[in-house]
Design a protein around this ligand. Structure first.
Ligand code: SF4
Length: 361
């Protein structure tokens, strides 16, 4: 018997085609889309406005993937991390990050999603990198993380989510098609209807894929993990930089190409590691790079990972670093890591879960 088609991976056009193949008008596909992506249906039995015979045929030939939430942790800063079990039995994690104004009102609700289980890129400071690559997520599995966390946001904070960042487990551009398909679902008015300007895809900096994004005319925002201002430093912590096709020079060229083609300015993510990349001369080199390919700099304060040697710098070192960048005319923001008391560095909880189940079995 053929494997049932997963409805929660199909685009609007694919659902319309499926309806036609099953002898129904195209608009039945649009109804299906609304049920699956708008209302989060988990079975065709719930789709009461579809003809009975059509539902019976769908039930026979298709399934609807749903991620199973297995654990939820809330940090003292209200960041919520959810561990999901995939149909494959592996785990991923997604995070809901509220941002409050001075009066304690919710200003922004950001969902951080995973695009892969584990990651092949092996960055030396990253919990997910320790797992190695295990599996790509489907577009529907990426979408479902956002859908479920949106529902959680409405329950906890009485508001819909405002932003999505692809900064969880995995390198999104190594799961290129599923990531672009998931963005199309998130921005569809019958999906979650998010503006592409409120979606940020963060990459380790795969130059060829960044060019492809530019050629595909994407409208979401792009963030590039720089983390070091020279090839020698970057290669020491990010294996991706060790190839001539993906080193800093090639990356800067690709970013220039992206910015010229899309008219967008990217964000450089720069995680500060004490004594490694946080000296004033590093800040000057970073400012030089942003001259070559303009971009805002987002400084990240590292969430230390057990067993890894990296530490976050002191507030004084951070301020000295910022002073250099500002004096050089660079736009700087600082991201103070959230949810530190719930293992919120990407991959930490899923690794814990995996280790626990490996210990048990
Ligand atoms: S930092 Fe990102 S790209 Fe690097 S190993 Fe971790 S998940 Fe992969």
């Amino acid at each position: 018997m053929p494997t049932p088609v997963d409805l929660r991976t199909l685009s609007r056009e694919e659902l319309e085609r499926l309806a036609e193949e099953l002898g129904e008008p195209r608009y039945r596909g649009r109804q299906l889309f609304k049920w699956i992506y708008g209302k989060g249906a988990t079975s065709v039995a719930q789709m009461t406005d579809l003809p009975k015979a059509f539902r019976a045929e769908l039930a026979r030939r298709t399934r609807i993937t749903r991620l199973e939430p297995v654990r939820q942790l809330t940090a003292s800063d209200q960041t919520i991390k959810v561990l999901f079990r995939l149909p494959s039995g592996r785990h991923i994690e997604s995070v809901l990050i509220p941002d409050f104004d001075e009066k304690g009102r919710v200003r922004r609700l950001t969902v951080c999603v995973s695009s892969q289980v584990g990651c092949a890129m092996g960055c030396a400071f990253c919990a997910t990198g320790l797992m190695g690559f295990q599996q790509n997520l489907t577009a529907g599995e990426i979408y479902d993380q956002v859908w479920q966390l949106n529902r959680l946001a409405e329950e906890r904070f009485g508001r819909r989510i405002t932003n999505v960042v692809y900064m969880g487990m995995g390198e999104p551009l190594l799961n290129y098609d599923a990531v672009l398909r998931s963005v199309a679902l998130l921005t569809d008015r019958d999906g979650l209807g998010l503006s592409p300007r409120r979606i940020t895809v963060s990459t380790v900096g795969l130059a060829r894929r960044i060019r492809q994004l530019a050629d595909d005319g994407v409208r979401f925002r792009l963030a590039v993990s720089l983390h070091a201002p020279t090839n020698a430093q970057r290669s020491a912590i990010m294996p991706v930089n060790r190839s001539e096709q993906t080193d800093l020079d090639d990356l800067i060229e690709a970013i220039r190409y992206f910015e010229q083609r899309t008219g967008q300015i990217i964000t450089y993510e720069y995680c500060l590691f004490e004594g490694f990349n946080d000296r004033p001369e590093d800040a000057h080199r970073l400012a030089d790079l942003t001259r070559q390919a303009p971009g805002k700099v987002n400084l990240i304060l590292y969430n230390p990972v057990e067993g890894l040697p990296f530490r976050r710098p002191s507030e004084e070192r951070l301020q000295a670093f910022i002073r250099v960048l500002v004096a050089r005319g660079v736009t700087v923001t600082v991201r103070r890591s959230r949810g530190q008391d719930i293992q919120a560095a990407c991959g930490q909880l899923a690794i814990y879960e995996q280790t626990a189940s490996e210990t048990v079995t």
